[in-house]
Design a protein. Structure first.
Length: 253
């Protein structure tokens, strides 16, 4: 949201039977990523739970005039996405022992990538509308932007970046249960132009772990925004635009 994280707290709920080495790896991984983000781990809380859970509570600062919210998109804005989608369908394929090491490594590399540079670029360009793509999938979080901003969003399927093998496992329909939940909840707000199979449509509802940012950039700044992202090596794809109206339209071609 345009802020700078400063401190974080570990929140863990782990089974007592979980191997100590696994617990250590979870906490070490979080500490390494926090260090990369310039964040100090200032403590935390832990409880025993039968189902393993772990996360970080982040504390930081932000300038009021630099806030990136869901309500700032305007008709004509160009929509940019900073990471490919597909982590849900790929990690579910992993649980079914279907993925290759290369396919898994690609998904993990994207999930480990910070959104810091993309957010900084948005702030530099005076952008005021952005959100991250996580459990509600690309469609769910796009609808949140559309509703908060009182606009419609058009998403161009061929322009949306996909992780390696995302389409492969979409055709195998190894989606997590959350994809069906997202489609059931958000689907009434979505229309499809052209011929797009239900498998590929479902990729837009695929819950993401550590997904990228969806950023609405004013049309007059879009070309320079993309050029700066390319010059700095920041992944960024233009995937659609904001329009008058409401809801989401997916263009198949």
């Amino acid at each position: 949201m345009g802020g700078k994280p400063l401190f974080a707290l570990n929140i863990s709920a782990l089974p007592a039977m979980l191997p100590l080495e696994m617990m250590q790896s979870i906490i070490r991984g979080a500490a390494e990523k926090a260090l990369e983000a310039g964040v100090v781990i200032a403590g935390g809380h832990s409880v025993k739970d039968d189902e393993p859970k772990f996360g970080l509570v982040a504390l930081g600062i932000v300038q009021n005039d630099q806030l990136l919210t869901k309500s700032g998109a305007n008709p004509g804005d160009r929509l940019f996405l900073s990471k490919p989608i597909g982590s849900g369908v790929i990690t579910t394929a992993l649980k079914r022992n279907l993925t290759s090491p290369d396919e898994l490594a690609d998904a993990v590399a994207w999930m480990k990538r910070l959104n810091r540079e993309a957010a900084q670029l948005a702030v530099e360009f005076g952008v005021h509308c952005a959100t991250d793509i996580t459990g509600f999938g690309l469609i769910g979080h796009a609808i949140e932007v559309a509703n908060a901003s009182k606009v419609g969003l058009r998403l161009h399927y061929p322009s949306v970046p996909l992780m390696k093998a995302a389409e492969k496992y979409a055709y195998a329909f190894t989606f997590p249960g959350g994809a069906a939940d997202n489609q059931l909840y958000f689907g009434s707000n979505v229309s499809v132009e052209g011929d797009l199979s239900i498998n590929l449509q479902t990729l837009f509802y695929d819950p993401q772990t550590s997904g990228g940012m969806l950023i609405a950039v004013p049309d007059q700044k879009a070309a320079q925004f993309q050029a700066q992202a390319d010059a700095r090596g920041i992944p960024m794809w233009q995937i659609g635009s904001a329009t008058p109206g409401s809801g989401i339209t997916i263009q198949a071609k």
